[in-house]
Every structure is written in structure tokens, then in C-alpha cells.
Design a protein around this ligand. Structure first.
Ligand SMILES: Nc1ncnc2c1ncn2[C@@H]1O[C@H](COP(=O)(O)OP(=O)(O)O)[C@@H](O)[C@H]1O
Ligand SMILES: [Mg+2]
Length: 365
């Protein structure tokens, strides 16, 4: 057995997302051969890869089909991919920026942002979260950081904030900087400048995924964000009601405007159904059935998953305990797992197949 033999054997393992073999994709690293023992790294594009175990066992099988008595050891590693224009030097160490938007308020954007962020961090990724809802910041409550304050650091005479660390992620929200009642009455320009500072005056460090929880609507804040940073991708959250889906369409249209042009990597349907605890086999589609999936199909947006209506989400939000980390419900656990993994997967595919996002130059809207 030589290294080349191993690489040759592994050429039969195809990554179904990138439709190429693992060797071609340069995902096999550090092959070590010692007698019958063969060890190598399988470097994934995200630690949240949903098919990591499948790929691992296919690698073992591929080597064994050539060298029957080989003792194969596959170490799963990851290097989160990025697609940025090298001439943009804002947030240079942030690999991906993901906006969570909806159009309508109260559909679960903040819930999704928090749990997605904590869920990705749990897989081993480095994650940041920006609460861009200046007038209604709910992240501090949902993460239990209402009383925390970011540390200020002075570097070369300029002041920077260090994000608050909680549940394995780095977080910044206006709610941990000024009194909650103060920012509510801020006018547009103050909101805009606060948001810009979240990006320019904060020591984010190395981040694989920076999640941005947007306010409802399709307004000022959205334009500020796409004008300030190269947003890698967006995610749409909706509930099944017609009123929510009508607003989700507006959000989709905004991201797809020719001069904004932010790829939408997925749609999530929240509050899809209710399952009573004592009737685990029942699903009541209180707000209608299948609307989110249909909307996703209509706009050719990947459907990332649905979330049940469950009191734990509400109480977890109110008590600073993201349910992705704390739930005892197998259904909710599975829902979050799917949403976290599919998001990371779709983002990796976006990076492989699409051009870097530009910082938008909007003049008059
Ligand atoms: N699937 C769900 N089941 C129960 N409560 C939910 C669910 N999704 C969201 N909530 C609750 O609904 C409220 C609004 O959600 P939130 O995430 O703040 O929405 P948005 O950010 O879109 O305004 C919060 O109190 C949240 O805990
Ligand atoms: Mg919110």
C-alpha cells in the first residue's frame, strides 16, 4: 500500500453535493500508512456536514475494497469554506455572513438566529451573532445576557468592543450596550450608525459563521447591512399563514433585486404544527399545512425544515436557554439538527457554485 494507492481507491467516493470525488475535491489529507493501518483526514467543508458519517463509511469501504485486510481510520476534520472578494477588507477574518430575515415580525427570526448560531457552534464552528433589530432587540433575553456588558479595549487610541460570549458564541446587541428604552426612540441615522459600528468597531476575531438577526420588514436596516458588509447568504423564516407568507415574498424579492443580489440559501417554516404531549403521533396544522414548502418550491429556494409550535421554544427564549441545546423533545431536537446541518450544507454549496457577494452600492430607493 502506498499513498497513491489509497488516493486511487478513494476516487470512487463521490460527494453528492459537489458531484465530484473526494480526491478531486482535495478533501483527503495527511495519509499515514503503517503496516496494515491506514489513517487519513477527511476534511469537510463544514463541521455540521449532514453526511459526514456516510462519507466516512464510504471511505472505509473504498479502501477495503482494494486492500481487504487494511485497518482504516478516517479522522473527520473541517475547514469552513468562504467566498469573498479579496479587495474587501471589512471583517477580514469572518468567513461567512448570513442574514436571517422574514418580512413579518413575530414569526421566529430571533428564535431561529439564536438556535442556528448555538447549534452551529455545538458542531465545532466559530460563530458570531449580531442582533440587528435595534428597535426590538430580543437576543439578550433569549441568550440570558441582559445584564452583561461588552468589554471595551483601546487599540492605538481607538476604542473597540469585545462581543459578549455565551453558549459558545460571540454576541453583540444594542440591548447590551444602551438601556433598552433608549434605542427604541432612535431615528434612522442613529440606527444606521450603530449597526455600522457593530461591524467596524468590534473585535470579532476569527469567525466561520456570522449570523445577523434582522428586524422585520424590508427597510433601512436591511439596506444598511448589505451596503456595509458582503452578505454571503440569507435565510427566510415564515409561518404558514398567508399574511406571513405575503411578507416573506417581499423579503425574497428584496434579496433578489438585481442590485442587491444576495443568494437565499434556504427557507424555514416555523410554527408548522402542534403535537400534544399526550398524543405524540398527532400533528395539528393550526396555521395551515405545507405553505412554507410550497413557497420555497415556487421561488426555487432550498427548504431547510419546519419547527413545531412548542411551549419550550417560548419558555427557552424567555429564560435564555436556546432549545437547540436544552430541549427534551426528540421532535424539536431533530428539527434543529436538520436546520443547522442543511444551512451549513447549503452555504458550502453556495460557496462552491456562486460568485462572491458584492457590497451593494445603493444610491436612491
Ligand atoms: N415554534 C415556536 N413555538 C412556540 N413559541 C415560539 C415558536 N417560535 C417562536 N416562538 C415565540 O414567539 C415569539 C416571537 O418569536 P421571535 O423569534 O422573537 O420572532 P421575530 O424575531 O421574528 O420577531 C417569542 O416569544 C418566541 O419565543
Ligand atoms: Mg426578532
Amino acid at each position: 500500500m502506498k499513498q497513491d494507492d489509497i488516493l486511487d481507491a478513494l476516487k470512487v467516493v463521490i460527494d453528492p453535493d459537489f458531484r465530484k470525488n473526494l480526491v478531486e475535491l482535495n478533501m483527503i489529507k495527511n495519509i499515514v500508512i503503517d503496516g496494515k493501518r491506514v489513517a487519513f483526514d477527511l476534511e469537510l467543508t463544514t463541521p455540521a456536514c449532514p453526511i459526514r458519517e456516510k462519507l466516512r463509511s464510504e471511505c472505509v469501504e473504498a479502501v477495503k475494497s482494494k486492500f481487504e485486510d487494511a485497518n482504516v481510520e478516517v479522522n473527520l476534520t473541517s475547514n469552513v469554506t468562504t467566498k469573498r472578494n479579496s479587495n474587501i477588507n471589512i471583517l477580514p477574518n469572518v468567513k461567512n455572513i448570513i442574514c436571517v430575515a422574514s418580512g413579518k415580525g413575530g414569526v421566529g427570526k430571533s428564535t431561529v438566529s439564536v438556535n442556528l448560531a448555538v447549534g452551529l457552534a455545538k458542531t465545532g464552528a466559530k460563530v458570531g451573532l449580531i442582533d440587528a433589530d435595534i428597535h426590538g432587540p430580543s437576543i439578550p433575553l433569549m441568550l440570558g445576557i441582559k445584564n452583561e456588558r461588552p468589554v471595551v479595549r483601546e487599540i492605538k487610541g481607538k476604542h473597540y468592543l469585545k462581543p459578549v460570549e455565551k453558549h459558545g458564541i460571540s454576541v453583540l446587541s444594542i440591548g447590551v450596550i444602551v438601556d433598552e428604552r433608549q434605542a427604541v426612540v432612535w431615528r434612522g441615522p442613529m440606527v444606521t450608525s450603530a449597526l455600522k459600528q457593530f461591524v467596524t468597531d468590534v473585535l470579532w476575531g476569527n469567525i466561520d459563521y456570522l449570523i445577523m438577526d434582522l428586524p422585520p420588514g424590508t427597510g433601512d436596516v436591511h439596506l444598511t447591512m448589505v451596503q456595509t458588509v458582503p452578505v454571503t447568504a440569507s435565510i427566510i423564516v415564515t409561518t404558514p399563514q398567508q399574511v406571513a407568507m405575503a411578507d416573506a415574498r417581499k423579503a425574497i424579492s428584496m434579496f433578489r433585486m438585481p442590485n442587491i443580489n444576495v443568494p437565499i440559501i434556504g427557507l424555514i417554516e416555523n410554527m408548522s404544527y402542534f403535537t400534544p404531549e399526550d398524543m405524540p403521533d398527532k400533528k395539528y396544522h393550526i396555521f395551515g399545512e405545507g405553505g412554507g414548502k410550497k413557497l420555497a418550491d415556487e421561488y426555487e429556494i432550498p427548504f431547510l425544515g419546519e419547527l413545531p409550535i412548542i411551549s419550550e421554544i417560548c419558555s427557552g427564549g424567555d429564560n435564555g436557554l436556546p432549545t437547540v441545546d436544552s430541549t427534551s423533545s426528540p421532535i424539536l431536537k431533530a428539527s434543529w439538527k436538520q436546520i443547522v446541518e442543511r444551512t451549513a450544507q447549503q452555504l458550502a454549496m453556495r460557496n462552491a457554485n456562486l460568485e462572491p457577494t458584492k457590497i451593494v452600492e445603493v444610491t436612491n430607493y
